[in-house]
Ligand binder design. Structure first.
Ligand SMILES: Nc1ncnc2c1ncn2[C@@H]1O[C@H](COP(=O)(O)OP(=O)(O)OP(=O)(O)O)[C@@H](O)[C@H]1O
Ligand code: SF4
Ligand SMILES: [Mg+2]
Length: 405
């Protein structure tokens, strides 16, 4: 808990005593969470059930914090959303609201000891080896291994078991492909490695054939690119290679975090078309994180709107665009540039700033920026209200609908 009490008055700094107290509290909590992450345990400890069997991913009440010298940054503070099978779920929200930290938590890529998942569940429906009581894969009669569908709680998995899903069942496409590709290996070598790691018994020939197939799938002629180094390719081509790499392990879920932000507009459109096309070809789901509402409108089936580490609204793409409920979502829609703006019309701008993540208030985090706030908004943080079977909003304006059931 932060002891940085900015609201107390003029003091806008920490005393030495406070810094020491924060360091002590952080060290204790980080030690506990690191030990939990690095523990050895039976598979049964992280096996669970999906709430809805039609989902591939269910994030529930996730809390991911950063223990900093100034206090605890509650980057993800009770986030819940689902990714159904064969669907594209778009996550939007302004910079710093916790979109990436949520997805990095799913991949268990949060950098410890400062960054830690402190609470919540990340249920993922995996297709993995059947294991015996000792945890060893069970062999089948054809010389391979028996596979089965099972649900892992990723948040509870020891870090040593993450290889079961990371890069294999869940693949990630990052914003800047150059940071994910190794500059000293050829594209072919890096693609082959994915198959060699994730497909048991794969030979070099099999891996090469798979790499070439994946390159063709993303619209690249393998002969031109297989032997090339990353720096020899354009940004758009590198992003295609990243997508090919993500696909090589045949994941059930692809997380694309701002996949087109670093690309110019025409290439952006091509990459989005490619993602859409691939979604139809693979039997999987896409979690698409972006600032760009236009991209979401075009690609997503469901939309999650985040604000200051929380989900403030979620629903189908139609509900979020045609019938937004939360004042922040309504503001986001109004701040989207359109072709219909007359010359001289200023684009709407949501006034104010997000509260300090170390010192969040107890009431609605959007209150200081909200034109619709009422006396109730100074009370406790609003709970999620269901306004349709698929549409949820966290705002006191809809409390009546909650009490009416
Ligand atoms: N290593 C870190 N140490 C401290 N705070 C961090 C760290 N990484 C992220 N944060 C904080 O977590 C919060 C959420 O960050 P996140 O990267 O998830 O935002 P985002 O929604 O993805 O934003 P953007 O749209 O800019 O990518 C931010 O307040 C950020 O400052
Ligand atoms: S709860 Fe109140 S302050 Fe928060 S968004 Fe709704 S109306 Fe605005
Ligand atoms: Mg981000």
């Amino acid at each position: 808990m932060s002891i940085f009490k900015k609201e107390k008055g003029a003091r806008n700094y920490l005393t030495n005593r406070e810094i020491k107290e924060i360091a002590r509290a952080n060290a204790k909590e980080m030690k506990r969470l690191e030990a939990y992450k690095n523990r050895k345990c039976e598979e049964s400890e992280f096996l669970t059930e999906m709430r809805d069997p039609e989902n591939i991913l269910e994030i529930e009440d996730l809390h991911t914090f950063f223990f900093t010298e100034q206090g605890v940054v509650k980057a993800v503070n009770g986030v819940s959303y689902d990714v159904p099978k064969n669907a594209v779920v778009g996550v939007v929200g302004e910079s710093g609201c916790g979109k990436s930290v949520t997805s990095m938590s799913v991949m268990r890529l949060i950098q410890g000891p400062a960054g830690q998942i402190v609470d919540g569940s990340i249920r993922f429906k995996a297709y993995d080896y059947k294991r015996d009581e000792k945890g060893s894969p069970v062999a089948n009669s054809e010389g391979g291994y028996e596979m089965e569908e099972k649900v892992y709680d990723i948040a509870k998995m020891p870090i040593s078991e993450i290889h079961r899903i990371r890069g294999k069942q869940i693949a990630m496409i990052f914003q800047e492909p150059m940071t994910s590709l190794n500059p000293v290996f050829t594209i072919g070598e890096q693609l082959d490695e994915v198959t060699m790691i994730h497909v048991p018994g794969a030979t070099k020939e099999m891996a090469k054939a798979k790499s070439e197939e994946m390159l063709r799938l993303v619209g690249i002629i393998p002969e031109n690119v297989y032997g090339a180094f990353p720096h020899e390719l354009s940004g758009g081509m590198r992003q295609r290679v990243m997508i090919a790499m993500a696909l090589a392990a045949e994941p059930r879920l692809i997380i694309a975090d701002e996949p087109t932000t670093a690309l110019d507009v025409t290439i952006q459109a091509q990459i989005l078309d490619l993602l859409q096309d691939i979604k139809n070809k693979i039997d999987g789901s896409i979690l698409l994180i972006t600032h760009d509402l236009g991209v979401i409108a075009e690609m997503a089936d469901y939309v999650v709107v985040m604000y200051a580490g929380k989900v403030i609204e979620k629903g189908t793409v139609y509900e979020i665009f045609q019938d937004p409920k939360h004042p922040y979502t309504i503001g986001l829609q109004k701040s989207k540039p359109t072709m219909n703006l007359d010359d001289g019309t200023e684009l709407y701008n949501i006034p104010g700033n997000v509260p300090n993540p170390i010192n969040m208030p107890n009431y609605c985090y959007f209150k200081e920026r909200c034109a619709k706030c009422t006396a109730k908004c100074s009370g406790e943080y609003p709970g999620m209200v269901q306004v349709s079977p698929t549409h949820f909003v966290a705002c006191h304006l809809y409390d009546e609908e909650k009490s009416n059931g």
